[in-house]
Design a protein. Structure first.
Length: 211
């Protein structure tokens, strides 16, 4: 998606990473509510894409980010910090079926405000359901981040749900629909742990300030 960020193919997968030592800090409704941060990545995706499960798995914690579909709570920006002070930001999901129109209308300015206005943002992790994605909304999101030059890493979730005999075809189909190479996408399963080491290493790399 953005050539400045090396894809998963460019690093060794032999390295086994430790869980990310994330701690919850605060929630906010807009950028101005968030504390300063030296470096930050954000995570976004359609509701139910597996975002909370992935954050929990990256940190190896069961209850860090809530795994739920409670619309009210998920309309906030949740901020987690690493011991270095770098932060991981959990953005509210899009595409909720049961959210009132008034709530839905708040999503776009909130996300756009964050992505365009948050100075320490290094990259966005855009989650796509590995079994069924990309959806129409996912493709709109991809178009928007490309148009606005937001450094973005695509992560395909729940790949354990794809039968092994169909996996190669599914990867090809998803990559093509997103106009990317397979090697530019992280293929993960929070349930089975697949791909988490590579993604953790990449997150750490993104959050390490240039020396
Ligand atoms: P969020 O709305 O994006 O935060 O999604 P959640 O993390 O709450 O997950 C939505 C649903 O997908 C829950 O029922 C999870 O148990 C399930 N889920 C999440 N990750 C995985 C995965 O890697 N594999 C499978 N099979 N299910 C998953």
């Amino acid at each position: 998606m953005h050539s400045a960020v090396p894809g998963p193919h460019s690093r060794s997968l032999e390295h086994v990473s430790r869980p990310l030592a994330l701690e919850f800090v605060t929630s906010g409704a807009k950028v101005a509510d968030l504390p300063p941060s030296p470096a930050e990545i954000a995570i976004v995706g359609r509701s139910n894409v597996g975002k909370s499960s992935l954050i929990n798995s990256l940190a190896n914690r069961k209850q860090l980010a809530r795994v739920s579909n409670t619309p009210g709570r998920t309309q906030l920006i949740n901020l987690f910090t690493l011991p270095t002070g770098a932060t991981v930001v959990d953005l509210p999901g899009y595409g909720f079926a049961n959210v009132p129109t008034r709530e839905k209308a708040k999503w776009q300015p909130m996300i756009e405000g964050y992505l365009l206005g948050r100075e320490p943002l290094q990259a966005l992790l855009l989650l796509i359901d590995g079994e069924i994605g990309p959806t129409k909304l996912d493709l709109q999101m991809i178009d928007w981040v490309r148009a606005n030059d937001i450094t973005t890493v695509l992560v395909a979730t729940k790949i354990d749900k794809v039968r092994p005999s169909r996996l190669a075809g599914r990867k090809q189909q998803l990559s093509k629909a997103c106009n990317l190479h397979e090697g530019d996408i992280f293929w993960v399963s929070a349930s089975k742990g697949t791909g988490l080491d590579a993604l953790r290493s990449h997150v750490e790399l993104l959050l390490t300030p240039d020396t």
